[in-house]
Design a protein around this ligand. Structure first.
Ligand code: F6R
Length: 608
């Protein structure tokens, strides 16, 4: 939630900041602002609405000259989207301007105290207290003020701070919210995410909690809270700038759907050597695996749906009990976990507040935590005992597709790895399973070649009021994702149901013409789901069936059938989810929705 950028160099800062913010808009897009240092004072421009409003208001930054500045794109938490609540926030004298990503949990008490001391607030945000705190603590030494401010505030923050007394530098600091430093040639940057600065530099520093950065045009220094300089390791981002560009696609979402075969290859190939799963990334030994009492999976949204698949797959293949829980619930349900339990947390961004909190909860109870994360160096990756990265590349569209698919691939690798260590598979079963995992990218490619078929169906159904997704076992797990994909970008009401459960109440919602998407890919439960299809058909539903090429009978009961290639039963979710992603996309496209930035959402959810 919220994206921040900062620039100091020889060029005009505002256009660079606006360009950087355009890459961060996926993090929030209800208002935006910039603050630029110019001839001894700080000029601020901000506007409610998409970044475009600010771009127009400032004539693409030309009306705010200066070579040092900070910028922000917001997803409202404290206070509605408005010009006043937009960042940057400025201290009363105008000496400090602050951009912030995160939540200041004790802002109410701080606001009260600052108000008593005569500070006046013009916004409803938590961030404004930071601007005033800087003013309050500043006695001519910015570093001292930073340390006092971060000692005083509770919560999460990535902060960029301009001080008009410092014409040649600005400062930044983070705790639990992401912030990287970009190292350029006579110019330096801060950003919530590398995509914002990739056009200018690939050399970056990742920051630890409470490391304070002082950025000048010709150098960057990082300090700890004892004011000692910290030597940082420089990382070079190796992915191409085009990875974060639309590259001719109308939307990032379609680009990312199409990127799935590559993302799957990048995630799977390095981890299969000589027909065996090799997880160099983790330190879990065969003995550790044998001693696992129970596995918990905690995640949010689509990542949670990956966990639901994971439960079926790991339990079936490893015979270890698995409990999946939405991360926001996990934390507060007094989970019964201990040393012999493994907690797997799944997160694309690696910064989802609820997932991070679940991780901390698990660790505090002595469990070992393994995470599946896409963003290198993110808070969740840093806090885990073991991390397995999904190599999906940057995912910009708010609705996840390639991250979901690569998370699923990692679940399969973990299941195969554990099952082998536990001696649960014969050599042949293991070899077949591995070969089938390796074949997934090609099969996904095959489905994508036939996307016109799904596009046609979407054009028939985009006016529906409500769409149901049903399936059993793994098909149910994928139904959850198909339903979420559709509703979050097309705004059509949708529910996913275990196919056998519908008749216990929800079937009363089925009437003439209601669209039911029925997944029946598995062999064992195919006939059972077909019976459920007949039940909804008898009540007037129009049915779109999703099944594999080996099932001919779906056409006898469903009105429309989408076929996917056959695969190992456990791996079918990787294939059946693809037409559902496409369906959601095309329905939203037919409705003219803002596919990459659906209303009310943001890509990374750093609030509880
Ligand atoms: C839906 C979607 C979200 C995320 C969820 C978790 O398309 O993208 O439901 O899956 O917010 O985010 P991460 O994976 O970043 O923890």
């Amino acid at each position: 939630m919220c994206g921040i950028v900062g620039y100091i160099g020889e060029n005009q800062a505002a256009p660079i900041l606006l360009e950087g913010l355009s890459k961060l808009e996926y993090r929030g897009y209800d208002s935006a602002g910039i603050a630029i240092f110019n001839e001894g004072h700080i000029d601020v421009a901000k506007a409610k609405g998409r970044l475009k409003v600010l771009v127009d208001k400032t004539n693409n930054g030309e009306s705010v000259p200066g070579t040092m500045g900070i910028g922000h794109t917001r997803w409202a938490t404290h206070g509605e989207p408005s010009d006043e609540n937009a960042h940057p926030h400025v201290s009363m004298s105008g000496r400090f301007a602050v951009v912030h990503n995160g939540i200041i949990e004790n802002y109410i008490s701080l606001k009260k105290r600052l108000t008593e001391k005569g500070f006046e607030f013009i916004s409803e945000t938590d961030t404004e207290v930071i601007a005033h705190l800087f003013e309050y603590y500043y006695k001519g030494d910015i570093m001292e003020a930073v340390i006092k401010v971060i000692n005083r505030v509770e919560g999460s923050y990535a902060l960029g701070v301009l001080c008009s007394d410092y014409p040649d530098s600005f400062v930044a600091v983070r705790k639990a919210s992401p912030l990287i430093v970009g190292l350029g040639d006579n110019e330096n940057f801060i950003a919530s995410d590398v995509t914002a600065i990739l056009k200018h530099t690939r050399d970056i520093y990742y920051l630890e909690d409470n490391e304070i950065v002082v950025l000048k045009k010709d150098g960057v220094k990082v300090y700890n809270t004892d004011r000692e300089e910290v030597k940082k390791e420089k990382f070079t981002v190796d992915w191409d700038v085009s990875a974060a560009e639309k590259g001719g696609y109308e939307h990032f979402m379609m680009k990312e759907i199409e990127e799935q075969p590559k993302a799957l290859r990048d995630t799977i190939s390095p981890r299969i050597k000589d027909g065996k799963v090799v997880l160099d990334d983790i330190s879990l030994t065969a003995d550790d695996i044998k001693n696992i009492n129970k596995i918990y999976i905690a995640a949010c949204g689509s990542a949670y749906h990956v966990g639901v698949v994971g439960k079926y797959v790991i339990e079936k293949m490893c015979r270890i009990p698995v409990e999946v829980q939405v991360a926001s619930e996990f934390r507060y349900c007094d989970p019964i976990i201990g040393e012999n339990d493994l907690v797997i947390v799944i997160s694309q961004s690696g910064e989802t507040a609820d997932t991070l909190a679940a991780l901390k909860e698990a660790k505090s109870r002595g469990a070992r935590v393994m995470s599946i994360v896409n963003v290198v160096g993110s808070a969740i990756a840093n806090a885990s005992d073991d991390v397995i990265y999904t190599w999906a590349g940057p995912e910009i569209a708010v609705a996840t597709t390639k991250a979901y698919s690569t998370q699923l691939a990692v679940i399969y690798l973990i299941a195969a790895y554990m099952a082998e260590k536990l001696g649960r598979l014969t050599d042949k079963e293991y070899a077949d399973f591995i070969a089938e995992i390796e074949a997934l990218p090609e099969k996904v490619e095959e489905i994508l070649k036939n996307k016109k078929e799904v596009q046609y169906l979407a054009s028939k159904f985009y006016n529906c009021h409500s769409i149901f997704f049903i399936g059993r076992n793994l098909d149910y797990a994928v139904s959850l994702e198909g339903s979420l994909k559709l509703k979050e970008i097309s705004y059509i009401h949708s529910e996913a149901y275990a196919a056998g459960e519908l008749k216990h109440g929800t079937i009363s919602l089925i009437e003439d013409g209601t669209l039911v998407v029925a997944l029946a890919t598995g062999r064992e439960l195919f006939d059972k789901t077909v019976s459920n299809v007949k039940e909804v058909k008898a009540r007037g539903a129009v049915v779109m069936g999703v099944t594999t090429k080996e099932h001919d009978h779906m056409g006898d009961v469903a009105d429309h059938v989408i076929k996917i290639p056959s695969a190992h039963e456990m791996l079918l979710p990787s294939l059946s989810v693809i037409p559902l992603q496409l369906f959601g996309y095309y329905v939203a496209s037919n409705k003219g929705c803002d596919i990459d930035k659906p209303r009310n959402l943001a890509k990374s959810v750093t609030v509880e």
